[in-house]
Design a protein. Structure first.
Lengths: 363, 282
């Protein structure tokens, strides 16, 4: 049981590449912290620094009140689950779990108790004598988890543990990991690029981009009030619609608050649109031409192009193609392709950001 | 497998059998010759069926040796060859797996330079460096000794390279998992890397054992005493070109005996050997 605190942690590689540019995160005792971000954002590097597999260039990593920058991985009292599981191929499931304990000189009887307890929790008991190659992906994953929990460490570290599993198993294991973590009440740090995994698992969500933390907080709070356009488009699927707005529009929506704003970016989540001919007061309405429809059963995604007279373009490169808007409507009823529709969102569902996308403007 | 129809299948089989006959016939002939009387061979009337001197010839070969050229029993030669081949094979594996471990898993100054120096020795087989090597072995008083036979052949770039390539395919996460599990460099080597290299070691052992067993030039140079002779050198010495009559049955029996240990090693380790060459599963 311990909290993990990162104080201004930095990592610069010998070539001069700055992978982590000063990260501050505080994970409380027993909390489940998820680091999420696109590939190359530094989330795995940060996790490996906590594990002690990467050196720390600057700042402090504190586990349970002890600065561990110079401590060997084995002495940090952590356990890690790797993306490819990293099971010892030549050892049985039992020995895979027992290996770390034996290296610590634990008596064999105690090891047996712990491994059997872990095998019971993870339903691995019938497989203890098998080799990893005789197991399915999900079972290997559970062995990797078992190897972590027998250690009874202060902190669990997960490095994209579910990304090698198929979609159905991934969801099942996600729930299992969460239940297990709640039951053991062990502080955990979990790295993923999957925003859905991040949303469902996290007590604290850390959204990273380019070696920096974009936003830290409760997942729902982040979803409701993303602090930058990056977070807005990364959290939530399909992503938030972003469009640049002219100063007069901002003033219209913000009133006095928008006085100093020159230009900005307006964000609206797909599910906050309704198809209607009315314009809600203080809200926005957009005329669209339906271009594509995706029906997934319970809901339907409508891809629409904004009418020509609207000269707004998508705000950040790599987000929506210019002029395209995604609308999410419940059920399977959708307007036919080519039809002109009007969608609207009410004032409280609008997100406003500064023109560079780095600051949220509170309405 | 695609099943061939009719005549084509027979043609394929005939070709295979011809190939087998070409390879096997000389071996068979050597065996037949080793069971004949020397006089029959000498006057050129050897039959293609085994003669009646099998036990007599092999007993003489293994325990007595020829009565003329070398008096050393072949049993002793085989022991010398076996010790040399085992020392070379095991020594090479031990040294090269350790040096490959150092090169792949440790960061030390001039690591790449050392790797390249090892690599360059590939271009310097024993035959090329034979004079300086002889000088060194002689100065160390290792002529006519097992150490002298084996040591110069132990340092091996090939095996080091092979293990290096294999280690580089072992996922880094295994090392990291070991570090988190509290295994130091020695434990990681012993508990994880060695068991994983088992099939590679077996494949290498087979190749190196045969290589060591078949050494000719080096043992010929540094052994002068009959009781330190290896079998490959011994065969050659039995064939006299002057005065005396070559004892062909004994020579042939020695040749057959010289073939047996490599065959035995290959057969015994065949399964591991093939797995070591083809296996990719980690």
């Amino acid at each position: 049981m311990a909290n993990v605190t990162l104080r201004n942690v930095r990592k610069t590689y010998p070539g001069g590449f700055e992978a982590i540019k000063g990260v501050n995160v505080d994970v409380g005792d027993g909390q489940f912290c998820v680091l999420v971000g696109p590939s190359g954002c530094g989330k795995s590097t940060l996790l490996r620094m906590v594990a002690g597999l990467e050196t720390v260039t600057g700042g402090e990593i504190d586990i349970g009140g002890r600065v561990v920058n110079q401590v060997e991985p084995a002495d940090r009292d952590i356990a890690m689950v790797f993306q490819n599981y990293a099971l010892y191929p030549h050892m049985s499931v039992y020995n895979n779990m027992a290996y770390g304990l034996r290296n610590r000189g634990m008596p064999e009887a105690e090891i047996k108790t712990r491994v059997e307890e872990a095998a019971r929790i993870l339903e691995l008991a019938p497989m203890l004598e098998r080799k990893p190659r005789q197991l399915s992906g999900g079972q290997r994953q559970r062995v990797a988890m078992g190897r972590a929990i027998v250690r009874q460490p202060k902190v669990f570290l997960f490095d994209e543990p579910l990304s090698n599993l198929d979609a159905k198993l991934r969801i099942a294991m996600r729930v299992e990991i969460r239940k297990l973590q709640r039951r053991l009440n062990t502080t955990s740090i979990y790295v993923t690029h999957d925003q859905l995994e991040a949303m469902t698992l996290a007590d604290i969500l850390v959204v990273m981009n380019g070696g920096q933390v974009e936003q830290v907080g409760n997942p729902l709070a982040i979803y409701e009030k993303p602090s930058t356009t990056f977070v807005a488009s990364f959290i939530g699927a399909p992503p938030m619609n972003l469009m640049s707005t002219r100063p007069d529009e901002i003033k219209a929506q913000l009133g006095a608050n928008g006085a100093g704003v020159q230009a900005g970016i307006l964000g609206i989540r797909p599910e906050d649109f309704v198809i209607t001919d009315q314009t809600p007061s203080g809200g926005v309405a957009l005329p669209l031409t339906v271009e594509a429809i995706e029906r997934v059963g319970a809901e339907t995604f409508v891809y629409g192009a904004r009418a020509q007279e609207e000269d707004r373009v998508a705000a950040t490169p790599g987000e929506l193609p210019p002029g395209e808007i995604i609308v999410r409507i419940p059920g399977a009823d959708a307007p036919p392709i080519g039809q002109k529709i009007r969608v609207a969102a009410i004032r409280s569902k609008l997100h406003l950001f500064s023109a560079d996308g780095r600051t949220r403007i509170e309405a | 497998m695609v099943e061939e129809e009719g005549i084509r299948r027979y043609v394929a089989h005939v070709i295979l059998w011809i190939g087998i006959a070409i390879v096997a016939f000389p071996v068979y002939l050597a065996f037949v010759a080793s069971t004949q009387d020397n006089a029959v061979i000498a006057n050129g009337q050897m039959s293609l069926l085994p003669g009646g001197h099998f036990f007599q010839t092999y007993y003489q070969t293994i325990f007595v040796g020829t009565s003329g050229s070398t008096r050393e029993p072949v049993g002793n030669m085989m022991l010398n060859s076996l010790i040399m081949a085992l020392a070379i094979a095991l020594g090479k594996i031990a040294i090269s797996i350790i040096s490959a471990y150092a090169i792949v898993y440790f960061r030390f100054p001039f690591r790449m330079a050392i790797f390249w120096i090892i690599f360059i020795t590939l271009m310097l087989p024993v035959e090329v460096r034979i004079y300086p090597t002889y000088k060194i072995v002689a100065d160390l008083h290792m002529l006519d000794s097992y150490a002298g036979l084996a040591l110069p052949l132990i340092a091996s770039a090939t095996a080091t390279l092979l293990f290096r390539q294999f280690f580089m395919t072992v996922p880094d996460e295994l090392l990291e998992a070991s570090r988190i599990d509290g295994a130091g460099p020695f434990r990681f080597f012993w508990d994880t890397l060695l068991p994983l290299s088992r099939t590679n070691m077996a494949a290498l052992f087979v190749i190196l054992f045969i290589l060591g067993w078949n050494q000719y030039l080096w043992p010929l140079l540094i052994t002068t005493r009959d009781d330190m002779q290896t079998i490959q050198v011994g065969i050659r010495k039995m064939i006299t070109t002057t005065d005396a009559l070559t004892e062909w049955p004994v020579v042939m029996a020695t040749a057959v005996l010289a073939m047996l240990p490599p065959v035995f090693v290959v057969v015994a380790m065949q399964k591991l050997f093939v797995r070591g060459l083809v296996e990719t599963e980690k």
